[in-house]
Design a protein. Structure first.
Length: 219
């Protein structure tokens, strides 16, 4: 029922945890978490009434309504501190995810695990987690419909370890795609004198260099 992207998110959930699935869409992750026995309870949320009604119907049809609670509201603000152990936010932009986390500090700080699959600016998520005293304990890559996604798992009071993404067969393909995107951005910026002297131009050059080194190491 779930694709490889959501399966990678699910695989990071610690068994038996109570999970918040923020922006649950059709509820397939929530259903699979309960069906597989990985989660003991899921609170599945949607911000808008249309998707919320579809989510509610799918949960009801699944027969797991005693284990999955559906809530209508904005991000984590409709949860209370201590209600969940794991927070899952997938399929949104990194800036929006950071805002969702910032908007409910008590809920976030009471959780023990955060699993995030950003659609862009994953760097912002890593920075947010570090600045807010979360340890990124693992990362993975997953490919769905030709796109490679990053999945980030962070926990409280946990030692860092070797990430799954380092040994993922998708690693080289992901780095190649990222390099090509950055090279296109650099080419556009190079057309403007002001862009060439900007901080973003220097940062893009540095990231291109770092990725090129990584690709050389895995080639």
């Amino acid at each position: 029922m779930i694709d490889s992207r959501m399966a990678a998110v699910m695989n990071f959930v610690r068994e038996g945890n109570r999970v918040a699935d923020i922006g649950a869409d059709h509820g397939y992750l929530a259903i699979e978490l309960i069906k597989s026995g990985r989660a003991s309870k899921v609170i599945a949320t949607e911000k808008n009434i249309g998707p919320f009604e579809i989510l509610g119907k799918n949960i009801s049809d699944s027969g797991f309504e005693n284990f999955i609670e559906v809530r209508l509201g904005d991000g984590l603000k409709i949860l209370s501190a201590g209600e969940v152990d794991t927070i899952c936010i997938a399929g949104m932009g990194g800036a929006l995810i950071a805002k969702i986390l910032d908007d409910a500090p008590e809920v976030v700080q009471a959780a023990r695990q955060v699993i995030i699959q950003p659609m862009n600016v994953a760097k912002k998520i890593r920075e947010w987690l570090t600045e807010n005293n979360w340890t990124i304990v693992d990362e993975d890559l997953a490919e769905s419909t030709g796109i490679i996604y990053e999945i980030i798992c962070a926990e409280k009071n946990s030692p860092k370890k070797i990430f799954k993404r380092e040994s993922s067969p998708l690693s080289k393909k992901f780095l190649t795609q990222r390099l090509e995107k950055l090279q296109r951005v650099l080419a556009e910026m190079s057309k403007s004198e002001s862009a060439r002297t900007s901080e973003k131009f220097s940062a893009t050059l540095a990231e291109i260099s770092a990725i090129s080194c990584k690709l050389s190491a895995v080639s």
